[in-house]
Design a protein around this ligand. Structure first.
Ligand code: NAD
Length: 462
């Protein structure tokens, strides 16, 4: 149901308006909770096999509309069209198929003990609110909507106001797939209106939030007032540690990849920390490889990175860059807007010489900005890597397996990638350590959160 108020959605590609979107507030949030509550008994009591079938039909619906979803997402958030088409939208469909399979594979863990038996029941928990950011809107939404629905919960999705469009397309797909009315709701609106109203609502049973640390803190506070369980996937400032025994070509290529999506990736290894003996060779090759990056319209096949999401975000990124310079860091690559392209295109940037503890080393920029530091010893590498309050991910490049084991054990991070990046099975736990989040999702970890896990303890019958 549309609200009476609206807001204009702009494309980052050319800063042109592309849609007028409903702007829900507390009245609409209340209606959405009522609608979800009304549907949760029907959806939650449906046998798992039938629920799984509906989720698979949602996956079919996504697959049938991959090209359209990809085109809309790219226009809305400026991500590369080719990766939307070939990897991101197929992954959206996979999220539904995967959690349908997981639902049917849930273990009851039935065990006999002396004098009693126990089994685990994965009950639906009721109404789940999912709040998502703009950098990969549909993929991140479905990573949480799919397991919440699989667990038998009714879901309210609050998409990001800077890239809201594909969420509404998903609502159509879910409806066509036969999800009962009210089991999946999209509440469009602005964060501190619609989002705040949902997270403070006492009728909500789970909150799954993906976004920045400051907003995550507000969400946790609102959830705390009602003791609503909350799962937070927040920002990062991940270290990318490269030892001199690593394959330098692979290190350089992967380091340059950290500019992907114009740096708007939570997991990006934005702090390059390389062994001093390889510094010069690394820097020379990095600058060459980064110089070959093609920036431009994300719909073009030849483009590597596109624009920043909005003017406000662009200015925020530039603020970090200018303050880093004022703090004494040197921009050895990039260091400002892409004046040739204009608009929201920001040049990929690499800083060296940032003073220890300075803002550019400590705070997430969420733009195409990397820093380069060096180390002499393994201990020093670990200390630099662990020196922020974030702990989302870490990347390690080394040719020494024993070292890889030691260093990955010592790093504080939800995910450590050794000689690779971004690959992950959906069954693996995912989440952030320290300030990067609370909780883990993925495979059975998702059901731990979305289901109301119950222990049924039964005395012998005879
Ligand atoms: P954000 O925190 O500004 O907004 C995220 C969502 O929260 C949006 O939908 C917004 O409307 C909503 N929101 C804003 N204020 C709210 C409030 N008071 N109550 C409830 N909801 C509110 O983040 P963003 O700028 O959209 O996204 C970028 C951030 O997300 C970065 O920090 C990035 O690292 C993080 N992120 C994390 C992951 C992860 O998996 N850990 C993935 C992607 C992005």
């Amino acid at each position: 149901m549309p609200s009476t108020d609206g807001f204009v959605d702009f494309s980052p590609i050319d800063e042109q308006p592309i849609a007028e979107v409903s702007r829900g507030g507390s009245i609409e949030a209340d209606r959405a909770v009522g609608s979800a509550r009304g549907a949760s008994a029907t959806w939650g009591s449906m046998p798992p096999k039938e629920r799984a079938d509906v989720l698979r039909r949602v996956a079919d619906g996504v697959e049938a509309r991959v090209a359209e979803l990809a085109a809309v997402e790219t226009r809305d958030n400026g991500s590369l069209l080719r990766s939307m088409r070939t990897s991101v939208m197929p992954r959206v469909a996979r999220n539904f198929r995967f959690f349908a399979d997981q639902l049917l594979a849930l273990e009851t863990g039935r065990k006999e003990y002396e004098g009693f038996a126990e089994r685990v029941a994965w009950d639906p928990s009721g109404v789940t609110v999912v709040i998502t950011p703009w950098n990969a809107p549909l993929m991140l939404a479905t990573w949480r909507v799919a397991p919440a629905l699989a667990a038998g919960n009714a879901v309210i999705l609050k998409p990001p106001e800077w890239a809201p469009l594909t969420a509404s397309m998903l609502a159509d797909i879910a409806h066509e797939a036969g999800l009962p009315d009210g089991a999946f709701n999209v509440l469009q609106g602005v964060g501190d209106e619609a989002g705040a109203a949902l997270t403070a609502h006492p009728g909500v049973d789970r909150i799954a939030f993906t976004g920045s640390v400051p907003t995550g803190t507000l969400v946790a506070q609102a959830a705390g007032a009602n003791l609503t369980p909350v799962s937070l996937e927040l920002g990062g400032k991940s270290p990318f540690v490269a030892f001199a025994d690593a394959d330098l070509d692979a290190v350089v290529q992967q380091a340059v990849n950290q500019f992907d999506n114009a740096g708007q990736v939570c997991l990006a290894g934005t702090r390059l920390i390389v062994e001093r003996s390889m510094h010069d060779a690394f820097l020379e090759r990095f600058v060459k490889a980064a110089g070959a990056i093609v920036q431009g319209d994300p719909r073009e096949e030849t483009t590597d990175i596109g624009p920043q999401i909005t003017r406000e975000h662009f200015e925020r990124v530039d603020g970090f860059v200018q303050r880093a310079k004022a703090d004494g860091a040197t921009a050895v690559f990039g260091g400002g807007p892409n004046d040739e392209l204009g608009g929201l295109y920001y040049r990929p940037t690499l800083f060296t010489d940032a003073p220890l503890g300075s803002e550019i080393l400590m705070r997430e920029v969420f733009g195409p900005v990397l820093t380069l530091q060096t180390f002499e010893t393994e201990d020093e590498a670990v200390e630099l890597a662990n020196s922020t309050r974030y702990g989302l991910a870490a990347i390690v490049y080394t040719g020494d397996e024993a070292r890889a084991e030691r260093v990955s054990s010592a790093l504080v991070a939800g995910t450590v990638w050794v000689n690779c990046f971004f690959v992950r099975d959906l069954a693996a736990p995912f989440g952030g350590a320290r300030g990067s989040g609370i909780g883990r999702e993925g495979g059975p970890w998702s059901f731990d959160f979305y289901a109301d896990v119950k222990n049924v303890c039964t005395a012998p019958w005879n």
